[in-house]
Design a binder for this molecule. Structure first.
Ligand SMILES: [Zn+2]
Ligand SMILES: [Zn+2]
Length: 663
């Protein structure tokens, strides 16, 4: 038998007998790899381990502890979930079951319209573990649509997917996750549907690939039951969805469950309520927040800080209204490209008006007012601009997904020559502001052009992409290039931060735009007297103040550092006798600009200390008889040891230093 050679990820070649599979390759490299291997990546495409290799192919073996490995584990576990449910609820049917971040879900329609209950999860879990223990193989087969329909004749939703694939409607029309199930061919003519069979009784339709057998699974937990409309359409049947999480090993699963528990403790909606920061009154309507005095105090400090930094950063402040005429959004293209995200129009005497979903078009009007010279560039306009975006009720989530919010929004108009330097200084600016909020771990992503949908010349795209790239290189940070991920109007840099419990949040964006300057016919007079179009940069730093506040609240778990804390110190007189001195301390701190409160001795001291601790105040100051005599305080710092007999002046120096250092 002749040999073939394949190329491994390190560039080396490896010879194998003809007709070898990826599994053979893995075992040949090492027994360990043979045992761990889940799927293969052949010339960039994921495929099952039993795929026969061809001479010259580039092959990578995917193991559990990798992004692709986890994806495969989650995807395969979803099938086991479906198998368990169909076995436990005879006569039921299943729809789609994709992997998602950290896990998977599967949608079902139970026989006779029955619904799951939380305690069904244990029963399903046990059945899944039986299936896993049996080490059932995932065996692939392919059928033409007619045969596929026959095989799935008892399953309405699968049949619908087959018909879509067969008609060429395919994945593009389906939600992206649905592409996980079903199609494997491009045209209607040669449509082929792939199936994976685990037992005589259980077969699922799927493009694959999967782990070789169910024995590779097991580090999973079923999380919850929810309702979900078929294909996300409220006019279609409501299905029963089960969510689960799955990992490569026991340790990863345990760590994830701890993270979830920690995240739940830190839930900003819960903390906002406990700390009396803000609320979402139902009378107000979904996705709209009201800020209570303490929340508004923190927000004001964040905004003041942002304003100060922008002022020092050479930005000019502008203010624009919350409503704008539909004509403006026709010019900007929002009514063509962004109508779904806009509130419904209001008809008024002289036209149609919309709550603004973005500030950019109005900033362009400011640029266009009067003749601009190259000497004015870069022109950096800044606004804390409130926008309204329509989000479906089901997707609203506290401050993280909200219908009315304020952006720390900036639009920078510059010349081509200024672009690289401007972007580099923007990166510095953004990171330095985020660091003030104790974020240290950043991820940078560069999204580049999708040639199939983009406006602007090759020349300008190349120039802007190079400027963004050069700025990132000069800034000296690693970044990921997301090819073809840019919006149609220009490349962008996204900046993600990692929070205190390791979660990643996308916050800041620097976006080049060649489209709006064109649509608004923006121009400036260049040094040589010619008229040129400026490049526009959109830059949001916090993103939305609301969402950033939510992220901060969870990041700090409500323990705001002294510079942000709405109350920096709570004064507690031990007894009524010490009230006068406590008043004096209060007045002095207040007069020095500190944010303090005082709780009179109407309740026992222990109870008042507990309450102040629950409010997560940076310092609790207890004053008793000795303090009255000596002019001192008992200083009880959040999470630290009590320090007695501290002179008031010393405490004020300490607090001022905390605030100054933003500690
Ligand atoms: Zn699958
Ligand atoms: Zn913008």
């Amino acid at each position: 038998m002749s040999d073939i050679a394949v190329i491994l990820p390190d560039g080396s070649e490896r010879s194998l007998p003809e007709a070898s599979t990826i599994a053979d390759l893995a075992t040949g490299i090492s027994r360990r790899l043979g045992k761990d291997a889940l799927i293969g990546l052949v010339d960039g495409s994921e495929t099952d381990l039993d795929t026969v290799l061809v001479d010259g192919q580039q092959v990578e073996i995917v193991v559990p502890d990798s992004e692709r490995g986890l994806h495969t584990i989650r995807h395969s576990t979803a099938h086991v979930l479906a198998q368990a449910v169909l076995e436990l609820w005879p006569g039921s049917t299943f729809a789609i079951g994709p992997p998602i971040e950290d896990g998977f879900y599967y949608d079902f329609a139970l026989a006779d319209g029955a619904t799951f209950h939380e305690d069904d999860l244990d029963k399903i879990d046990a059945k899944m573990r039986e299936i896993i223990k049996a080490r059932q193989p995932f065996v692939r087969s392919e059928l033409a649509p007619a045969a596929a329909l026959e095989l799935m004749s008892d399953h309405l939703y699968k049949s619908e997917i087959i018909q879509m694939v067969a008609s060429g409607e395919k994945a593009s029309e389906l939600a992206s996750e649905m592409a996980e199930d079903g199609d494997s061919a491009d045209g209607a003519a040669e449509a082929v549907i792939s199936f994976y069979r685990n037992t005589d009784d259980f077969v699922d339709m799927c493009v694959g690939p999967h782990v070789p057998h169910t024995g590779h699974l097991g580090h999973f937990k079923l999380m919850k039951v929810a309702g979900a409309y078929w294909r996300g359409d409220v006019d279609r049947p409501m299905l029963q969805r089960i969510y689960g999480t799955a990992w490569a090993d026991k340790k990863q699963l345990a760590a994830h469950l701890v993270r979830l528990e920690e995240a739940e403790k830190r839930d900003h909606r819960k903390l906002a309520n406990e700390l009396d920061l803000l609320s979402f009154p139902s009378e107000l309507g979904g996705g709209l927040a009201v800020w209570h005095p303490k929340g508004a105090a923190i927000r004001k400090i964040m905004e003041d800080y942002s304003r100060e930094r922008h002022l020092n950063g050479g930005y000019e402040f502008v203010v624009t209204p919350n409503l704008a005429s539909g004509k403006l959004f026709e010019t900007s293209g929002h009514l063509d490209f962004y109508a779904d995200g806009m509130y419904p129009p209001m008809e008024m005497d002289n036209g149609t008006y919309y709550p603004k979903p973005m500030n950019c078009p109005i900033h362009c009007l400011i640029f266009r007012r009067g003749q601009r010279s190259y000497r004015e560039l870069p022109l950096r306009l800044f606004e804390l601009g409130t926008v309204y975006r329509y989000e479906r009720a089901g997707t609203l989530h506290g401050l993280m997904r909200i219908r009315g919010f304020t952006q720390d929004d900036s639009h920078i108009y510059c010349s081509e020559e200024q672009l690289a330097e401007e972007i580099e200084s923007l990166l510095e600016f953004v990171v330095s502001v985020l660091k003030a909020f104790t974020f240290e771990d950043f991820t940078f992503n560069l999204s580049t052009r999708d040639p199939k949908k983009s406006v602007g010349s090759d020349e300008v795209w190349d120039l802007a992409t190079k400027a963004l790239k050069d700025a990132l290189d000069k800034f000296g940070v690693p970044y990921e290039v997301k090819e073809g991920d840019a919006a149609f109007y220009g490349p962008k840099i996204d900046i993600d931060v990692r929070d205190a419990i390791g979660r990643s949040w996308q916050l800041s964006t620097i976006q080049a735009d060649f489209n709006l300057p064109e649509r608004f016919e923006l121009e400036y007079v260049a040094a040589d007297g010619s008229r040129k179009q400026p490049i526009m940069l959109h830059r949001a730093l916090f993103g939305s103040i609301e969402r950033f506040f939510g992220v901060l609240l969870e990041h700090f778990a409500g323990n705001f550092p002294a510079w942000l804390a709405p109350i920096q110190a709570t004064i507690l007189p031990v007894a009524q006798d010490h009230q006068a001195y406590a008043d004096e301390v209060y007045a002095k701190l207040k007069a020095s600009g500190f944010r303090v409160d005082l709780v009179e001795a109407n309740d026992p001291l222990g109870k008042r200390i507990r309450n102040a601790k629950q409010q997560k105040v940076p310092y609790i100051l207890v004053v008793g008889a000795d303090d009255v005599a000596a002019g001192t305080l008992g200083v009880n710092p959040r999470g630290g040891e009590v320090d007695r007999d501290v002179p008031l002046d010393d405490f004020m120096t300490k607090l001022a230093a905390d605030i100054e250092s933003k500690a």
